[in-house]
Design a protein around this ligand. Sequence first.
Ligand code: ADP
Ligand code: MG
Length: 139
Amino acid sequence: MAGKLTFTMIKPRAVKDNHIGEILKMINEAGFVIKAMKFTKLSVDQASAFYVVHQGKPFYEKLVEFMSSGPIVAALLEKENAVEDFRQLIGATNPENAAEGTVRKLYATSMTENAVHGSDSDENAMIEADFFFSKTERF
Ligand code: ADP
Ligand code: MG
């Protein structure tokens, strides 16, 4: 059964470009409820750990450098079928392939700087939420 929670980050470039408000509006209008949220910045070590599944891939170092380059918004979101519906809302990893009206189509500037993160499974949503939020930070 599909879970009700997913985890997202608004990535540094979208924060720098002042798109936090527009992206959160899209998230709310798509029916997601914010259960936890944080404006923070990843260290190189934290970004390396968060993306450790991609270690060894050609884009890994650039991704870690980018994700630790400025503040991000991290959030835990609730909705029926959260993981799949959120990935529909954000669109394809490569913004050139992202559907019209998706977050990445609207706000990504490149494959690396693709505006937002979205969990790829219920299990990873939990792991990623635990990376950022304690129990007392979830409502
Ligand atoms: P997604 O974020 O859509 O789940 P992945 O988990 O495959 O995509 O990759 C994690 C992140 O790494 C992507 O969101 C993107 O920022 C970056 N990335 C993935 N593939 C590439 C690539 N081929 N070139 C540059 N950056 C990439
Ligand atoms: Mg992924």
